[in-house]
Design a protein. Structure first.
Length: 110
């Protein structure tokens, strides 16, 4: 289940900016992965190359599409709810290409 009390990464980055840049020693907060500590991005690599990510179902693609459309309409709370639904069955790294493709569709339609 998604921890909705955690600060968004973008907010953490924004608060860490000094004169518009991140300090050289900046790093994202570490998450407790059951006692194991991974380098930033390692879990995504492990997941992609060793755990066979699932393809998006038509239903999940429709949720993703609507979430991206909500972002385009600046309906961020609705988009957050939809991305939260999607995160119950998919990691963000799994849907990166689908999000990119949907952004292209939105950009060309409006």
């Amino acid at each position: 289940m998604m921890d909705t009390n955690k600060k968004a990464i973008l907010e953490y980055i924004k608060e860490s900016l000094v004169d518009g840049e991140l300090p050289e020693d900046f790093s994202l907060p570490k998450e407790d992965e059951g006692g194991l500590v991974f380098a930033e991005g390692a879990m995504d690599g492990i997941y992609l190359y060793h755990m066979l990510p699932q393809e998006l179902t038509k239903e999940n693609y429709d949720v993703l599409s609507e979430a991206v459309n909500c972002v385009g309409k600046r309906e961020f709370k609705a988009a957050d709810v939809m991305f939260g639904r999607l995160s119950k069955s998919h990691r963000a790294i799994e849907v990166r290409d689908a999000i990119g493709n949907q952004l292209k569709v939105v950009a060309h339609s409006g």
